[in-house]
Design a protein. Sequence first.
Length: 275
Amino acid sequence: MKIIKTLTAASLLTLTLAGAQTAYAHGDKEHATKMNQLSAAIAGDHRSDKNKARDMYRHPKETLEFFGFHSAMTVVEITPGGGWYTEILAPALKGKGKLYGAQYPDTGEDNYFSKSRKNLEKKLASNAVFSEVELTDFVPRKESTLAPAGTADLVLTFRNLHNWKDAGVEQVFKDAYKALKAGGVLGVVEHRLPEGSDPEKSRGYVSQSKTIAQAKAAGFKLAAKSEINANPKDLAQYKVWTLPPALANGEKDKEKYLAIGESDRMTLKFVKPKK
């Protein structure tokens, strides 16, 4: 006698879930591993408590995921500065991807460029998590090779545009375009100047519409905008360094500026078109 087994809705659901788990195990597991490496980097003990305290304003995981980051990419970080994002990018890419730090060169003189480069080199030598980072030379307002042409998947700049002024921004976007592969991404985070505000009164803030126009002039297409790093409490009625973490006014109105938090920021994703 044949026994006919009927699949109930519950048993069908069980089979579906099992199939999904199998697909995950053989397909999405690699993607999950790449993203877990980012999470591990953000939570790493090599990051100071002071730097981790900034995560609530800078949203590194959400920001990098918005730009399409994963740990097998070739990434360029333009002027890493003190290395806040480098502390995350270096271990997140280590062993799978590649990180170039396009930093000001050591000119051999006693100037900001040389000191900045030396300080970054000292930081990179301080911990094995940075052992695979490669530094290149970036000179503002001059053509610079951020990485070998056409090799980068992602070029990033965080809160730097205001330092370079218009001519410098235009040049760095050209440099980024040259470094990127076709289809590669330029990710920009910058202090956002409210439309119609006085740039002189709100020093350190940059027009979002102008930034988009400058990137388009360099050949990029705007792929997406995000409010991940927006802060509606920041009205930009002061120099950006008035806010934390700089707190340029010292103890004067300190609690007021701490309550505002870090600056309101644009987060823009541009793409180098495929030919």
